[in-house]
Design a protein around this ligand. Structure first.
Ligand code: UD1
Length: 348
């Protein structure tokens, strides 16, 4: 019997790519998503891309804070595991609206874990973030580094990690994997699904792609005086398809081992500067990206990249793609869908 997986936030950027990989690997998938920062069109496209496996996908428009609705789904279906992506993720907005972030991310997660426990579904993969390393004392970041947060969004990730560990300590039937994502970029090579943020993008590559298609005049580079190779911030960019495969590896670990509550980095272990990313994107797209050099963005760190050893050793997973392939696929998605899943009228 194929395993049945519930994916919260499965219509979003990382969620939709992961659902596609799950279907292609023969899993059954049920998405719940409130479509707050995602589109049902992504779900339709995932179904199409999955071909013969598309019929193994079910979608419900539900908010995790609606506990009776969640109860109903768990009462009607036996899930073997849950991958929990759903959550708000804009750092600046979280500073302005902390309670919105605590309400949505923390209460949503507590509801989910309570309903899972009540129905005997005790295997969970949670989307955490490298943001919990704060400004790391050194690189590469290993999973045993102290964790810290500098904004409410980051605190929700940190708190949820701690909540998961406490849930396991209280009941050792739980198996939980916390995945700390570095910087996911790129898109499925088909160009049919990709990242489509609401409003002005906060993250580097969605902004670069909108400059490339003429939606924004120039990229503002935040900081040119970091102690890095060219003065701009260095990050560990990872292809979203590699990241999705990391979730499948985590699921297999949950099913095949006696893991308790464990954390793994999902990154490539390589650091790339803002200017190097822009150059790689210009090469992949043939488009010139005009730059405006500016001050550092408050809260930004200088250099962050992952140690990938633990995931390689214990999950048997390693990223395959480099930045040229990430930029190629990012451009393919942008070129085919300059306004994401919407039309020009929906764009700001
Ligand atoms: C950001 C968040 C992080 C979150 C992650 C989610 C902040 C401070 N950090 O990480 O908490 O988990 O996104 O995806 O927001 N850059 C520019 N111009 C831009 C945008 C970015 O120069 O318009 C630079 C940044 O200064 C940084 C690099 O590009 O050096 C990557 O930025 P970004 O994509 O926002 O990722 P993070 O800052 O790593």
């Amino acid at each position: 019997m194929p395993k049945n997986i519930l994916i919260t936030g499965g219509a979003g950027y990382i969620g939709s790519h992961t659902v596609l990989q799950l279907l292609l690997c023969g899993f059954k998938a049920t998405i719940i998503d409130n479509l707050d920062n995602s589109s049902e069109i992504a779900v339709t496209r995932v179904k199409e891309l999955a071909g013969q496996f598309g019929s193994n996908l079910i979608f419900y428009k539900i908010d995790l804070r609606n506990k009776p609705a969640l109860e109903k789904i768990f009462a009607s279906t036996n899930f073997d595991a849950v991958i929990h992506f759903a959550g708000l993720k804009a750092v600046g907005e979280s500073v302005r609206k902390p309670l919105l972030y605590y309400n949505n991310n923390i209460i949503g997660t507590i509801n989910l874990i309570e309903v899972m426990g009540a129905h005997g579904c005790k295997k969970l993969v949670f989307s955490s973030s490298a943001t919990v390393y704060g400004w790391p004392k050194e690189v590469p970041c290993t999973e045993d580094f102290p964790i810290a947060a500098t904004n409410p969004y980051g605190r929700t990730k940190l708190f949820i990690e701690e909540i998961c560990c406490d849930v396991y300590r209280a009941d050792s039937e739980w198996k939980i994997i916390l995945l700390r994502y570095f910087n996911p970029i790129g898109a499925h090579p088909s160009g049919h699904i990709g990242e489509d943020p609401n409003g002005i993008p906060n993250n580097l590559m969605p902004f670069v792609q909108q400059v490339a298609v003429g939606r924004r005049p120039a990229l503002t580079v935040f900081g040119k005086d970091y102690k890095t190779k060219d003065g701009t911030g260095v990050r560990d960019y990872i292809h979203v398809v590699d990241l999705s495969d990391g979730h499948i590896a985590a699921l297999r670990k949950l099913f095949d081992s006696n893991i308790g509550c464990e954390v793994y980095n999902l990154g490539t272990g390589k650091g790339t500067s803002v200017l190097e990313m822009v150059a790689a994107f210009e090469k992949a797209s043939g488009k010139k990206i005009p730059l405006v050099m500016a001050e550092r963005r408050p809260g930004d760190t200088e250099t962050v990249y992952a140690s990938t050893k633990k995931a390689e050793l214990e999950l048997n997973w390693k990223a395959k793609y480099g930045i040229d392939e990430m930029c190629r696929d990012q451009w393919n998605w942008a070129n085919k869908n300059p306004y994401g899943y919407g039309g020009p009228d929906s764009a700001i």
